[in-house]
Design a protein around this ligand. Structure first.
Ligand code: D41
Length: 677
């Protein structure tokens, strides 16, 4: 039975529609229709193809994961070799590169007019995609640059790889090159699922991308969250491409390929350096991992004139960021005891320069992590320090493990106070049961109390607190207010002057707010936002201390766990003593009208997170404005966050917000929100 022309036409029209929406979604990042509508179109096409299997063609949008597993990878000879890139690690090396380029082109080396195409250097796997008459014919890995592996069955499963090009004017046969990568969010989700399933995790997104492409069964690749940005063309037959690299990428984008949205054309070496600085600052907030910037002489005529040496073009260079991962050796594993008694394993390392600083300690997070990674003394490990996050041990190089290296176990007793260490069922965290008997917990509790967002006592630093705790001068936070000038001046590295300054800082801290005071007490589960809610709701400390769990539950932001923690804290005689002594010492705040009734501001029920610095107000001012309007400000982004407000140099919170699809507001939009409400 032959299929009528009408059906044939209808199926083709559906495919064109779907390709168009793929393009809007993947390439332009600007979908026209909701996902549900897209799904409906896909189902309609699937149904039609099921009824008329003879209409199925490999470039149909339904045919991404149709392929059977392959037995082995075929090899592919690259018609034009896939070149490698030279590296520059410093601005000086980049200037040398520019000078060489200018000299060869017989331009003035001070010439700042030379245009470079600048783009992030993605940390993924390089691939080549061959298109014949607009259809994906073959995908290959880079391999050694001359010969790669045939991974057609796998690249087809990547949604962002067009199976059929759109638009007009593409060459009849040409090869597009790019980087397949796993975005940070997908990488984290993949690893979390792998841990939960007891499977192997990927050490970094590059291995994740490369490993995913080297699957014999395309279904496995299809389940990996892969993406691609294309950055070059190889062989081109039966058509012409523009005479500039940047314009070529623009054309590729029109035909349905994704190119990196961060790419720019810059002028001269200074333009390159400015791009590098800017991207370096924003690196953390990008949704994918990059390890530097690539600059390419934009003019193809110039590229031809420059040619290449051995395997690398003379017209391009990779300018690397400082490595975020390095190898080093574990000298020992120790346990740190935090404010709440949490016992955290910390690796003491052979010092190593990573992410721009020298690192000699790295967290192992908790016992489960330590067990899973099986870190042992003497092991060679990968340490990672990304942005301003705490350095961590990523993994062990098992093959370099010295003989006889022993497994590390959770201590049964607290290394600081000797109390029992326990671990509750289902909890990853082990805790010292010593409470305020434990000097570590005491010192941490005091550090928290004096910290900037709590009582804000400048000059009472961590080292000094530890000394004072060890000397038994500080047993609880209440002892801070009986410290004397002479006593302080006698401590190590303290002079008369600094002792005096500290005494006056302590004096000044007495005038505070109830919210800061509550936060400073370090009640478990009571962070800054909860402390502020409690303070606003009750208005004064006595009502709060007298409240029942049921009353506490009426406070926005307070659930059963928080309510029981708060109640338990104030049921403890010892804590009441401390609070009483603090008040007697003169710690005070202005009592407020209790709100009691649920707040009703225009931002009522909305949760905000702030990141980066705003130009028009301080963070505290922003926070106050939000709270005045009934909103809440918390410290970390979760699915419950309504808005992330970002200013200059935002941190990883912005990345997180984008990953979780939380609404982000820049300063003008934030201002607007404050005003229109
Ligand atoms: O983002 C990348 N990893 C990237 C790699 C990029 N943006 N551009 C690249 N350009 C080239 C040339 C200049 C040779 C076309 C590259 C690579 N090569 C490359 N990737 C792996 C080896 C070389």
């Amino acid at each position: 039975m032959t299929v009528s022309n009408a059906i044939r036409k209808k199926v083709e029209a559906l495919r064109d529609q779907i390709r168009h929406h793929n393009y809007r979604y993947h390439v332009l990042d600007d979908p026209e229709i909701p996902d549900a509508e897209y799904d409906r179109l896909m189902r309609e096409l699937q149904t039609a193809e099921r009824q008329h299997p003879e209409l199925i063609s490999p470039d149909s949008p339904t045919q991404r994961v149709g392929d059977q597993p392959v037995e082995a990878f075929g090899t592919v000879d690259h018609a034009l070799p896939m070149l490698s890139l030279d590296n520059a690690f410093t601005a000086e090396e980049l200037r040398d590169f520019h000078r060489r380029v200018a000299d060869r082109l017989e331009l003035d080396s001070g010439d700042e007019a030379l245009a470079y195409a600048a783009e992030p250097k993605l940390d993924g796997a390089a691939v080549s995609l061959l298109y014949v008459d607009g259809r994906l014919e073959r995908g290959a890995t880079r391999g050694d640059g001359n010969t790669g592996e045939d991974i057609t069955h796998n690249v087809r499963t990547i949604d962002a790889v067009p199976l059929r090009l759109i638009g007009k004017g593409y060459p009849s046969r040409f090869e597009v090159r790019g980087e397949v990568f796993m975005p940070k969010a997908g990488f984290a989700a993949y690893n979390a699922a792998a841990i939960a399933a007891g499977e192997k995790t990927f050490v970094n997104p590059r291995n994740a991308a490369a490993g995913s492409l080297r699957q014999l069964d395309p279904k496995l690749t299809a389940a990996r969250p892969l993406d691609i940005y294309v950055y070059a063309v190889g062989l081109v037959e039966g058509g012409e491409l523009p005479d500039r690299h940047s314009a070529t990428l623009d054309r590729l984008q029109e035909w349905g390929f994704k190119t990196c949205p961060e790419r720019r054309v810059v002028k001269g070496v200074e333009g390159c350096l400015a791009f590098y600085e800017d991207l370096g600052r924003r690196r953390q907030s990008l949704s994918y991992e990059i390890d530097g910037v690539v600059y390419k002489v934009d003019s193809l005529a110039h590229q031809r004139e420059l040619g290449f040496v051995s395997r690398a073009p003379r017209w391009a260079i990779a300018h690397k960021f400082p490595a975020q991962e390095e190898l080093t050796v574990v000298r020992g594993v120790e346990y740190q005891v935090g404010r709440t008694g949490a016992v955290t394993p910390v690796a003491r390392l052979e010092p190593v320069f990573v992410g721009g600083v020298t690192v000699s300690n790295a967290t192992l997070h908790n016992i489960d992590e330590l067990t899973r990674k099986d870190v042992r003394v003497g092991d060679t490990v990968i340490v990672r320090r990304a942005g301003d996050v705490i350095p961590e041990v990523v993994s062990v190089l098992i093959q370099r493990r010295p003989k006889g290296a022993k497994r590390i176990r959770l201590p049964r007793k607290c290394p600081v106070c000797g109390s029992k260490v326990t671990r509750e069922k289902g909890e990853a965290v082990a805790r010292c049961t010593g409470g305020l008997f434990c000097a570590a917990q005491r010192a941490e509790a005091i550090k928290h109390f004096v910290s900037r967002r709590a009582m804000d006592i400048e000059g009472l630093g961590g080292k000094l607190i530890e000394q004072l705790v060890a000397a038994d001068r500080l047993k609880t936070v209440a002892d801070i207010y009986v410290l004397t000038r002479d006593e302080l001046a006698a401590m190590e590295r303290m002079g008369e002057k600094s002792a005096e300054n500290l005494i006056s800082a302590i004096e000044q801290s007495k005038s505070t707010t109830l919210a800061r005071f509550l936060f400073g007490l370090g009640i478990r589960e009571v962070g800054e936002a909860t402390a502020a809610s409690l303070a606003a709701y009750f208005g004064n400390l006595d009502s709060l201390m007298a409240s029942t769990e049921a009353e506490l539950l009426a406070v926005s932001d307070v659930g059963p766990i928080v309510a029981s923690r708060v109640r338990a804290f104030f049921d403890e005689r010892h804590n009441l003593d401390i609070v009483g002594r603090l008040r007697e010492s003169g710690v005070n705040w202005t009592e407020m009208e209790p709100q009691m009734a649920p707040e009703d501001g225009p931002l009522n029920g909305k949760t905000f997170v702030l990141t980066g610095s705003l130009a028009s107000m301080t963070r505290d001012q922003a926070k106050q404005r939000i709270q005045e309007l009934g909103g809440k400000v918390t410290g970390s982004v979760s699915k419950k966050t309504d808005y992330v407000v970002y200013g200059d140099k935002p941190g990883s919170k912005l990345t997180k917000a984008r990953e979780l699809d939380v609404v982000t507001l820049d300063e003008p939009h934030f201002q607007k929100l404050l005003k229109t409400r």
